[in-house]
Design a protein around this ligand. Structure first.
Ligand code: GLA
Length: 382
């Protein structure tokens, strides 16, 4: 992959590029909690977006995407938003850096990667992180890593219209090999937790439904609004509440009649997830993967029935995991398609993956893709 990008750069722009990578992510637990001020437990993976890049001394950015076989060219000003959808991410990153007084100038770049698109592995966050990290380095902007993650998040908000939380960008920038990140999304305080299920006889595997449902981003934004509606109602009685994470379970009950049944269900999921994360973390500390796995199943149920961000394909894979005695399984990421994440005893692995492929193909006409998870380093210069 690296060689292809560098030789493509040579072919189009000449020699002397620098090469950067930023990975996709998995998340063990803590779904739809980041924009509610809660905890998440992501880790970076061994699939990344790669950028070969060099300042060009001019006022324009020129970016060739190997995957799309398209060249985007834009001036570094708001009015020159590129037509290609993929190019809006690096464009947005440039604009967000400039807004924060980053001195970004013209550059040439070639981009590609092996993060599966639309699989819930945060390929777009990886794309933003790769450019933010690379531009920060080649132009000496001096942004801290946390700022680079926030630049990626603002790009999603302001140039893609997705009001996402900070989890994906943070994981892509801060990932560390062999560790997951326990991130407080309210304060951005974080700690690395060594994560080595294999030493305890378990494996982590993703099953990709290879479906992406329409309108996922507007449905995502509506979930966020529901949570905000619940906070607003609760704050009338408990003014100290700023995010849903601050809410005690009985405080939610107090406003049951004051918010819509839909908003109530969404908030109920989030308060439940708060308890599950706590239980999951305690279990992990004791290498109690069985309890951790139970929490994953409960999270799936909440995401499916209360938060309603699952889909038939994800629910089906979750059921297969359950009847194949997989330790833990749930849909992962924003939802409406993408992957399930599965914590499976090493001795159950082959039977599970075979059953999932056969049964899924019989029902939906194609096999799910299978990705073994390797927890890897975050954004870096190669
Ligand atoms: C997407 C968003 C994240 C997060 C997850 C759900 O991946 O980009 O910020 O909200 O969904 O946990």
């Amino acid at each position: 992959m690296q060689n292809i990008i560098v030789s493509k750069f040579k072919e189009i722009f000449g020699t002397g590029c620098a090469l950067y990578a930023a990975p996709g992510r998995v998340n063990l637990i803590g779904e739809h909690t980041d924009y509610n001020g809660g905890y998440v437990l992501p880790g970076a993976i061994d699939k990344a977006i790669y950028v070969a890049i060099k300042p060009n001394g001019g006022a324009k950015a020129r970016i060739f995407s190997v995957q799309n076989d398209e060249m985007a060219e834009f001036r570094l000003c708001e009015s020159d938003i590129p037509a290609f959808q993929w190019a809006r991410y690096p464009f947005g990153v440039c604009m967000e850096m400039i807004k924060r007084d980053g001195r970004v100038e013209g550059f040439d770049a070639v981009v590609s990667g092996d993060v599966p698109l639309g699989a819930g592995l945060s390929s777009s966050a990886a794309l933003c992180s790769a450019f933010a990290f690379a531009l920060n380095d080649i132009f000496g902007c001096g942004f801290e890593r946390a700022e680079l993650a926030l630049i990626g998040q603002s790009t999603e908000h302001n140039y893609e219209g997705v009001k996402c939380g900070i989890m994906d960008q943070f994981a892509s920038i801060f990932g560390r090999k062999g560790n997951i990140i326990r991130l407080n999304c309210n304060t951005l305080d974080y700690e690395y937790i060594p994560f080595d299920p294999e030493s305890a006889g378990y494996r982590l595997v993703l099953l990709d439904t290879r479906v992406k449902h329409e309108l996922a981003s507007s449905a995502y934004n509506r979930r966020r609004e529901s949570c905000e509606n619940a906070v607003e109602a609760i704050r009338k009685r408990h003014p100290e509440v700023e995010v849903l994470w601050d809410v005690e379970p009985d405080w939610l009950e107090e406003v049951r009649g004051e918010i819509s049944a839909e908003d109530f269900k969404r908030a109920e999921y989030v308060t439940g997830e708060k308890q599950r994360i706590q239980c999951f973390c305690e279990a992990l500390e004791e290498d109690d993967y069985e309890t951790a796995g139970e929490m994953m199943y409960l999270t799936h149920e909440g995401l499916s029935k209360l938060y309603e961000v699952s889909c038939p394909e994800l629910d089906f894979l979750n059921e297969v995991a359950c009847h194949e005695s997989v330790t833990g399984s749930r849909m992962m990421g924003g939802g409406f398609g993408g992957c399930t994440i599965n914590l499976v005893g090493a001795d159950r692995y082959d039977a599970f993956v075979d059953a999932a492929k056969t049964e899924f193909a019989a029902k939906f006409g194609h096999e799910p893709s299978v990705y073994d998870v390797v927890i890897s380093d975050g954004a870096r210069k190669l």
